[in-house]
Structures are given as C-alpha cells and as structure tokens.
Design a protein. Structure first.
Lengths: 145, 137
C-alpha cells in the first residue's frame, strides 16, 4: 500500500469531497464544483468516488440527508422543518424518497420514534437484555420513578 | 441452533466521551440511550451498516458488576490498551484511514497488506484497540 504513494493524493482528494458533502449536505451542493475542487474531471471523480464509497456522490449526498432526517425526526421538529433542514426543497420529493428508502413516510417514522422514545423513558427495561440489567442491579424501571 | 450475535459490550472509561468518539468520529448510530438513574446509563450503538448488532458502551464503575478493586483494575487494564474487542470492516481502508486520522483517531498501525486483505489498527478514546479491515475482492 505504501508503495502506491501517488494514489494517496487521489484518495485524499476524494475523501475531502466526501467530507465536504458530510459538512454541507444541508445546502445546495454542486457536485460539479466538488469535482473541480478535487482536481478531476466529473467523470473521473464520480468513478473514483463510487469505487471508494460504493455510491455515486449524488447517491451518497442523498443517503447523508436521509440519515440526518432520521435523526431529526426523533426530535421535536416538524416533518416540514426536517425536510428543509437536511437540504430538500420539496416536501413531496422528501416524503417519496424517504418512504422508498425507509419503508415509512417521515410522519409515520416520527410517530413510531416518538412512541419508542417515550417507552425508553418510562419502561427502559423493555429495551435492555435482562442479563445485563440484572448484572447492573437494574431490576426496576428506575428512571420512571 | 445459534443464529446470530445481537449484543456485544465494550468497557469504556467515560460513556459521554465514548459517545462522542463512536458517534461523531466513527459515525456509529445511537440505538438506545436510556437513563437508568443518577450516573447510570444504558447506551448502545450500531455500526453504520449493521443495524442488528448493538454495541453496548459499558462504564467501568463500582457497583453490582464490579467492586471497587475490580473496577480500578479494569480501568487500569483498559487504559493500558490490554483489550482488543473486534475487527471492523470498511469498503476502502485507505480512504477510511485518511478520514479517521483527519478526525483525530489514533492509529497504532497504518494500513498494511495482509494475505486476506488490508488491515490497520486503531484505539478508541479509552484505550481499547480494534482492527479495521478491507477484504480482498
């Protein structure tokens, strides 16, 4: 691996582009600019990115946005707020994409997450294997009292 | 017939610091984070693409699981880097190494080619070490 030093430069550039997406996913991300910044032609950039991450830059951007939406839907933000907070500009396309990836609409996912969050607060032992709970002396749902 | 592993424990010095390391540096997902009383927390994470394996970050503190002496001994062993808890896998080790190193993850061995693929070694914020591998295709 260390003998292939010139390739290391390419890797760093692609990693840099990936980190750029991680940081700026909520904004309008111009992948053409990311390719230019990395010093590659768009075609070369997309191919290298897919070789390394198993997804095209656009597919990766979408997966980061959906991943962040999953986190934010577990907070008190509305679906609309989550949609715009992760970089989508249309609730319809956000909902359709989310449902295709996750199998539930954002609203349904949020409802299930809320119920789970409340259950973890009130009856946490339903979410802890008994062997661990007993070892730790957690025999009652102690945070609910 | 045993079919799969769904929980595994990693003993850490500080759950809050470990949360930051595993979630913000390694990119793991929080599965369950439950307060079980003052200073008691059940915290499990999953690797980004393995939602069925919960990794429990267990604090090493005196209580039901450890007495004072055992907890002190365990903390000492973890700090010294005695324990290796497993092998993580990634699509591309060179890229993952570059990214994690840039985020401040300490590698004790840079990527090297092995007969089965590529491997590097890194430590978590407590001192536990892991292998990070990429299988040969």
């Amino acid at each position: 691996m260390t003998q292939e030093y010139p390739k290391q430069y390419l890797y760093r550039q692609v990693v840099r582009a990936k980190l750029y997406i991680d940081e700026h996913f909520a904004e309008t991300v111009h992948l053409d600019n990311a390719a230019k910044a990395a010093g590659f032609s768009k075609f070369h950039f997309v191919r290298l990115f897919r070789d390394i991450y198993g997804k095209t830059p656009h597919q990766y951007l979408t997966s980061v946005r959906i991943g962040r939406a999953i986190q934010l839907l577990q907070t008190d933000l509305t679906v609309k707020q989550v949609c715009f907070a992760v970089g989508f500009d249309s609730i319809t396309s956000f909902t359709a994409l989310f449902k295709r990836r996750i199998g539930l609409t954002p609203a349904a996912y949020q409802q299930i997450s809320l119920e789970r969050r409340n259950e973890i607060k009130t009856v946490p032992l339903r979410h802890i294997p008994n062997c661990f709970a007993e070892k730790k002396g957690w025999t009652k749902n102690s945070n609910s009292r | 017939m045993i079919t799969k592993l769904n929980h595994v424990s990693i003993f850490v010095l500080d759950q809050t610091s470990a949360y930051d390391f595993y979630v913000n540096k390694l990119g793991f997902k929080v599965h369950t984070d439950a307060e079980m009383g003052p200073g008691k927390r059940w915290l499990t994470l999953t690797p980004p693409e393995q939602p069925g394996l919960e990794i429990s970050l267990m604090s090493i503190s005196a209580g039901m699981m450890f007495n004072e002496e055992s907890a002190a001994a365990m903390r000492d062993l973890v700090t010294k880097g005695t324990f290796g808890f497993g092998v993580f896998e990634c699509n591309d080790l060179r890229a993952t190494y570059e990214e994690l190193k840039g985020k401040g993850v300490e590698f004790t061995k840079p990527p090297t080619e092995e007969f089965y693929g590529f491997e590097a070694l890194f430590k978590d914020d407590s001192g536990n070490w892991f292998s990070l591998g990429q299988k040969k295709t």
